[in-house]
Ligand binder design. Structure first.
Ligand SMILES: Nc1ncnc2c1ncn2[C@@H]1O[C@H](COP(=O)(O)OP(=O)(O)OP(=O)(O)O)[C@@H](O)[C@H]1O
Length: 224
């Protein structure tokens, strides 16, 4: 699946009623093909997460379009876009997004629970928990997990539905070298199996897994 940003931009209102605007993402073009892993680096505040949220169908651009296989996702009805997000896009957002009332296994199965009615993919969820080293914690509640363990749980959740597009915002934040490698290998495997993978990271270690490394600076994207 091809994910493409065409002249996409995002402005945020700044300074209350002063009418000033922050151009968090300046008009840019970017495309992500099946089977490739692209890394975006850049200073804090340069617009990386804003771009990723727009690509994920979570944040309406101020201008331009985000297309999946030539369909503008923001021209879809909200319900259709949310189904597309759930079925075809795996998102690892910044920070922690665990539901505290569910177990680790149930948290990983969430993308399934939201829309599907057939047999839950429990075996796949367990296999992913094994891969991220959390199988023994599958029945715990998220508050028993460390920050790094919660990140790894989010990686397993994003991979559950074998998404065609995987968008990861700092998926290795707070992980030790061994776990950075483990998570990067999972993202690389997803790309090798045909997913389009976009990764925002400050992690130097991630470079060796990427097909392309781009840098964001002041809302602009350039090759690195
Ligand atoms: N909802 C919002 N409302 C107003 N300004 C915002 C909003 N979200 C982001 N910004 C601003 O847009 C700019 C880009 O933010 P963004 O989170 O995309 O940066 P980033 O490169 O991902 O940073 P970091 O590496 O720290 O996560 C920042 O100046 C930020 O303050």
């Amino acid at each position: 699946m091809k994910l493409e940003a065409k002249g996409v931009k995002k402005d945020f209102a700044r300074g209350g009623n002063s009418g000033s605007v922050l151009e968090a993402v300046k008009p840019l073009d970017f495309s992500l093909e099946s089977g490739e892993l692209v890394e975006i680096t850049g200073r804090s505040g340069s617009g990386k997460s804003t771009l990723l949220s727009m690509m994920a169908g979570m944040l309406v651009p101020t201008g331009g379009s985000i297309c999946i296989d030539d369909t503008d996702i923001y021209s879809m009805k909200e319900e259709e876009r949310s189904r597309l997000r759930n079925d075809r896009i795996g998102l690892i957002p910044q920070g922690h997004t665990a539901l505290r009332s569910l177990t680790v296994l149930e948290n990983v199965m969430l993308p399934f629970v939201l829309y599907h009615r057939e047999t839950p993919p429990e075996d796949r969820a367990k296999e992913l928990l094994q891969k991220v080293g959390l199988f023994d914690m599958k029945d715990e509640r998220p508050n028993a997990l460390s920050g790094g363990e919660l990140r790894r749980m989010a990686v397993a959740r994003a991979l559950l539905m074998k998404p065609e597009v995987l968008l990861a915002d700092e998926p290795t934040a707070g992980l030790d070298d061994e776990n950075v490698e483990l998570v990067m290998e999972l993202l690389r495997s997803a790309a090798d199996e045909g997913a389009s993978v976009l990764l925002v990271t400050h992690e130097n270690e991630a470079r060796k897994y990427a097909d392309r490394v781009l840098a964001m600076d002041g809302g602009r994207l350039c090759s690195n």
